[in-house]
Write a protein that binds this ligand. Structure first.
Ligand code: BES
Ligand code: MN
Ligand code: ZN
Length: 485
């Protein structure tokens, strides 16, 4: 676990701040934030003069280091003052933590230059996210530097701490996803769920292979046939919302996807350790719920297994029976995510009366072709819920794009000999086929949205709040916003 363990908050004048790095802001209009102004006034216009050199432009993403009396002052660009938004604050704050990590500066501070409490939350999030590193497997620890804390100057806002808690939960989600498949096994996911349950006073049920098979989860059982690593069906319940209906979150927990008998090509197959990122997103959300203890009811469901090949593995042509009784013709064992989700969505629909269901899955390679690593494709049947998702996507700057679930697409997953088949029309609209298939397992009249995070869960351009070669924790901020946490 390498990210800051706390954010201090301190009110102080410039001359009394005991810090090796102080970050302040500049806007594109060439105006300075409060503390930057103070530093400027008390030090012979050092920043105003720097502006005159033309180096300080105030553009978003800009960073300039200026030495003032043996203190490093990092001036970060914040763009146009009127356009200041949480995303800019989050990334600017992340860049400050990142800078401290890179320069091995253990006492760093940042001025709170936020305009409102939402921006303060974003600052808290950004400071944690920017400090995140995944160093667990580097054995020469002398080369590593981990930042332990950051201080926010001149803000008493509680929202900074809320942002810290959310940021920490996102980092925990990244960590569990970044560990390889031999460490993040279904068993490890169930242990993570147990840690969350303990912290958040939640109810945890973990069904083993024999139990869920007996219960009728033939789809998960089918995919899990080919692995010796014990599969799990994990259910976490959080009940602090009186009589309200629960929000149910489902996450694909495929801890390694070799494709099964329909084996994947070798190139980049290692990346399929990330095929449990749906589960790390929903568990990350529950980690944040455990820390923030909101008055809601929510359920988290994670079907988890590996998808391997061998003498016991399920085969193309096999017909499986899902938990809701529908039969599935398996035409490609690599379309396994939708199979394990079929049981999870059926279970959610049968045992709860959900206000709505959201599922998260690295479901289709076609998603990466469609929207790259920029946005998550969403599909659903309830327009109001889809609007709500889009609205929270805008609030949190986690981009989504809706794809249609038209009847023509729904038809494409019908099977000749079983109720449905696990692939759509060859080489056509692969992501939508995934959504169309899942719809068959969501109870009638339950609002539901499917998030295909195949492009966004990892692999996006590194930036100040997400390092290279790491899972992102995509979607945690978005759902917490939807839940009004
Ligand atoms: N986990 C993969 C999807 C995936 C592939 C995500 C590459 C990110 C990058 C999923 O289980 C899968 O293999 N899907 C198949 C479905 C196909 C056989 C209908 C795919 O996308 O190729
Ligand atoms: Mn697959
Ligand atoms: Zn998969």
């Amino acid at each position: 676990m390498a990210y800051i363990s706390k954010i201090n908050q301190e009110k102080n004048e410039w001359s009394k701040i005991d810090s090796d790095l102080i970050a302040v802001g500049i806007f594109e209009e060439k105006t300075l934030t409060d503390l930057a102004n103070q530093i400027d006034m008390e030090n012979d216009k050092i920043l105003t003069n720097a502006i005159k050199t033309g180096d300080l432009k105030g553009k978003v993403g800009e960073q300039n280091l200026i030495y003032v009396n043996q203190t490093r002052v990092l001036v970060v660009g914040l763009g146009k003052r009127k356009k200041l938004n949480p995303d800019t604050i989050r990334k600017a704050s992340g860049s400050v933590s990142r800078y401290a990590v890179k320069q091995k500066i253990s006492s760093a501070s940042i001025e709170c230059f936020c305009m409102d409490s939402i921006q303060c939350q974003a600052m808290g999030e950004g400071l944690v996210l920017g400090s995140y590193q995944f160093n667990n497997y580097k054995t020469d620890k002398s080369k590593l530097f981990e930042l332990d804390s950051v201080t926010v100057l001149n803000s008493e806002s509680e929202m900074i701490q809320k942002g810290f808690k959310i940021g920490s939960s996102i980092c925990d989600a990244r960590d569990i996803a970044n560990h390889p498949g031999n460490i993040t096994t279904p068993t490890r996911l169930s242990e993570f769920a147990e840690e969350i349950a303990d912290e958040g006073d939640m109810n945890l049920k973990v069904f083993e292979r024999e139990e869920f098979t007996e219960m009728g989860m033939g789809a998960l059982a089918g995919v899990a046939q080919g692995t010796n690593e014990p599969p799990k069906f994990i259910v976490l319940e959080y009940n602090k919302g009186r009589d309200s209906k629960p929000i149910v979150l489902v996450g694909k927990g495929l801890t390694f996807d070799a494709g099964g008998i329909s084996i994947k090509p070798a190139a980049s197959m290692d990346e399929m350790k990330y095929d449990m990122c749906g589960s790390s997103t929903v568990l990350g959300i529950f980690k944040a719920i455990a820390k923030l203890k909101p008055s809601i009811n929510a359920v988290c469901i994670v079907p988890s297994t590996e998808n391997l090949l061998g003498g016991n593995a399920y085969k193309p042509g096999d017909i499986l029976k899902a938990y809701n009784g529908k039969t599935i013709e398996v035409l490609n064992t690599d379309a396994e995510g939708r199979l394990i989700l079929a049981d999870a969505l059926s279970y959610a629909s049968k045992h709860y009366e959900p206000e709505y269901i959201l599922d998260f899955a690295t479901l289709t390679g076609a998603m990466v072709i469609t929207l790259g690593h920029i946005a998550t494709g969403i599909m659903g049947t309830d327009e109001k819920l889809i609007e709500k998702v889009k609205n929270s996507a805008e609030n949190t700057f986690e981009k989504v794009w809706e794809l249609p679930l038209w009847p023509e697409f729904l038809k494409q997953v019908k099977s000749e000999i079983a109720d449905v088949k696990n692939i759509g029309a060859a080489r056509q609209a692969g992501t939508i086929a995934g959504g169309a298939f899942l719809k068959e397992f969501v109870g009638d009249n339950i609002p539901w949205v499917h998030f295909d995070i195949a492009g966004t869960a990892w692999g996006s351009e590194p930036n100040s709040i997400n390092p290279k070669g790491s899972a992102t924790g995509w979607g945690i901020r978005l759902v917490l916003d939807m839940m009004k946490i």
